[in-house]
Design a protein around this ligand. Structure first.
Ligand code: TI1
Ligand code: CA
Ligand code: ZN
Length: 339
């Protein structure tokens, strides 16, 4: 075989000089962003800024994943591609280390990312088979593959596809989005309040400290991105009931995001006090909830019951009393009005 593994270097979108796994074609000397040391490969492509519609069409019809990112030296000159490649490897490592999950399908499936999708596209996505990343317009967003929580979010959609496969609309869609945010934030693993911000590294480069969403204080972020007045809801009674955003999948995800924050850090929310149990336990409860109990049509009430059951499996009752972990889950869903 003419290809062999080789380490290469390149800068990510923040100018960090990184070293990572790649593949060398010994005949031509060309290198590719194919890391064949993880699963059946972590392969990164670019779409040459094709309109996202045409990329998605070619991808759906022909399985087109874009163009190979290559270099004739040991240095890759596409920061967005380097960020996507390195961060995808880190997300693979997280699922392997924390849950012993081998890739998105737990069967070593190849991880395919394509960057420069769309023209100044202020978004990233999971199209059911692979991750795709826009470059942003430079004002609202910059290269979305630079966000560790963004990549964790998109790859967790891949895990969801291969587990509960939550229908991407209404309440099941909001749970899909929320679990992607929860795992994306846990994978990015920032400290303090930054742990709870989504997209902060790639969102509004000219405004410091803000995020696309805020799991700790959802109501601090306006819904202007969905041409709605008001703010993200932090209680089930304030959920969005309209048609936009696939029936509020990104809007109502903030209700379950707030429950996740309360389970982890604790707090008093609408008069209900929750004693937090920390990130290590919270991530196990959410992963078990997703992989053992949720189904495609699960709604918020199903989510509560599933999370309580997962917590009970992991942290059983003591002397006939629910464990502090189970109590935290119950109280958190009480606090956000989900019964
Ligand atoms: C293919 C079309 C897009 C589908 C929605 C994707 S899964 C999504 O939810 N993308 C995230 C990107 C992200 C993730 C974490 C942090 C910041 C941004 C998202 O939130 N997109 C918003 C802008 C949206 O699609 O409304
Ligand atoms: Ca974040
Ligand atoms: Zn999403």
């Amino acid at each position: 075989d003419k290809s062999e593994p080789i380490t290469s270097r390149g800068m990510d979108i923040f100018g960090n000089l990184l070293t990572f796994n790649s593949t060398l074609n010994k005949e031509t000397g060309a290198r590719y962003l194919f890391d064949n040391t993880r699963a059946n490969g972590v392969h990164t492509f670019h779409a040459q800024r094709m309109p996202e519609f045409s990329f998605l069409l070619l991808n759906a019809l022909l399985g087109f994943t874009g163009f190979e990112v290559t270099t004739s030296s040991s240095f890759f000159y596409d920061p967005a591609a380097v960020s996507a490649h390195v961060n995808a490897g880190k997300v693979y490592d997280y699922y392997k280390r924390v849950f012993n999950r081998d890739s998105l399908d737990n069967n070593g499936m190849k991880l395919i990312s394509t960057v420069h999708v769309g023209e100044k596209w202020n978004n990233a996505g999971w199209n059911g088979k692979q991750m795709i990343y826009g470059d942003g317009d430079g004002q609202l967003m910059i290269s979305t593959s630079g966000g560790m929580d963004v990549i964790g979010h998109e790859m967790t959609h891949g895990v969801i596809t291969h587990t509960a496969d939550l229908i991407y609309e209404g309440e099941s869609g909001a749970l899909n989005e929320s679990l992607a945010d929860i795992m994306g934030s846990f994978i990015e693993n920032k400290t303090g309040d930054d742990l709870w911000l989504l997209g902060e590294d790639i969102y509004t480069p000219n405004i410091p400290g803000d995020g696309l969403r805020d799991m700790k204080d959802p109501g601090s972020v306006p819904l202007s991105g969905y041409t709605e007045t008001g703010y993200y809801p932090d209680h089930y009674n304030d959920r969005y009931l309209g048609e936009k955003d696939n029936g509020g999948v990104h809007i109502n995800s903030s209700i379950n995001n707030k429950a996740a924050h309360l389970i982890t850090e604790g707090g008093t929310h609408y008069g209900v006090t929750v004693n937090g149990i920390g990130k290590q336990k919270a991530e196990k409860i959410f992963y078990r909830t997703l992989t053992h109990y949720l189904t495609a049509s699960s709604n918020f009430s199903d989510m509560r019951q599933a999370a309580v059951q997962a917590a009970r499996d992991l942290y059983p009752d003591r002397n006939g009393e629910p464990s502090v972990e189970v109590q935290a889950v119950m109280a958190a869903y009480d606090a956000v009005g989900v019964h």
